[in-house]
Design a protein around this ligand. Structure first.
Ligand code: P6P
Length: 302
């Protein structure tokens, strides 16, 4: 992802140059975000546009990424889960970030992530406008998963404390034999057809529960071991909890690029169309066989 220094600042850089520059910036910013977490674990006044309480770390990561991504030539718009509206930073590609996905995991010191989606369209864009998507996982080590346009595998990088990074898996795909599952939302609010689907999965001796409360940590388990992650439609929240622009589209793009599948319960997440920048959608990602079974299970609903 090294930035191509040859692109002329007077002409719009080719998309791949800009994509590389954005991904390079996110990778090199990961240690700064990670180092900024201690001392920012506290909730601050106010809520994000989705009405959720914000940690100081959410705002810190957002401000850092907005400043650095906004300076990249041929990036035109920046938006994040933490900001009501789109920031105009010039002309060119649109970049959406969830600066610190799962920041509620700060207090228990569990995994969190940074999610980035790059769209070749004005915001709000659609999943089919994505030209690249990635997530950083702040786990025992700091890693980054990258999905690029016209690829049928994803790449995994390890990011070192100095911001340098190296590729550790160049052609990663989701394993065929699913073995982990994790679903969000309170069980009493799961619809009956989903409850039946989960019972089927739980009856499979080869499947183990993995749910950590931060989507990126859970999705990375699925990408690593095979399986399914979902934040489902709920009887009290039919659109679920996750935001399509900042969470659904990028993880759908990444899992589909890795040979898996995604769904909102009826269709690929990439085909979900929403007018609002902060619109929510049910999110299911994982092995194609499990996603197909899920859609069949939910098809029985009226
Ligand atoms: P719950 C984190 O706040 C997040 O947006 C996702 O990263 C995660 O999958 C989900 O919410 C967890 O939600 O309801 O289990 O706390």
């Amino acid at each position: 992802m090294a930035t191509n220094k040859d692109s002329s600042p007077t002409e719009p850089a080719p998309t791949n140059t800009t994509v590389n520059a954005v991904l390079d910036t996110v990778a090199r910013s990961a240690p700064d975000i990670r180092n900024g977490l201690p001392g920012r674990r506290v909730a601050i006044e106010g809520t994000n546009p989705s009405g959720e309480s914000q940690k100081a770390a959410d705002v810190y990561a957002d401000e850092l990424l907005c400043e650095r991504i906004g300076e990249i030539p041929n990036v035109g718009e920046y938006a994040s889960e933490e900001r009501e509206s789109v920031v105009d930073v010039g002309s060119g590609l649109s970049v959406c970030v969830d600066p610190l996905d799962g920041s509620s995991n700060l207090e228990p010191n569990a995994a969190m992530g940074t999610i980035v989606a790059i769209y070749d369209a004005p915001l709000p864009a659609t999943g089919r406008d994505i030209v690249a998507a990635a997530y950083v996982l702040y786990g025992a080590t700091t890693t980054m998963i990258v999905a690029l346009e016209n690829k049928d595998t994803v790449a995994e990088y390890v990011i070192h404390p100095d911001g340098n990074y190296q590729i550790v898996q160049g052609e990663m795909t989701i394993p065929d034999g699913p073995s982990v599952y994790g679903f969000g939302g309170r069980v009493p609010y799961w619809v009956d057809e989903f409850k039946a689907y989960v019972e089927e999965i739980e009856s499979d001796p080869g499947m183990k529960l993995r749910y950590g409360g931060a989507m990126i940590g859970d999705v990375n388990q699925v990408l690593t071991y095979g399986g399914i992650f979902g934040y489902p439609t709920l009887t009290n929240a039919p659109e679920g909890k996750l935001r399509v622009q900042f969470e659904g589209y990028p993880v759908g793009y990444i899992l589909e690029t890795a040979g898996g599948a995604s769904s909102d319960g009826q269709q690929s997440l990439l085909d979900v169309e929403k007018d609002d920048l902060h619109a929510r959608t049910p999110v299911y990602v994982g092995n194609e066989s499990l996603i197909d079974d899920l859609e069949s299970a939910l098809a029985g609903r009226d």
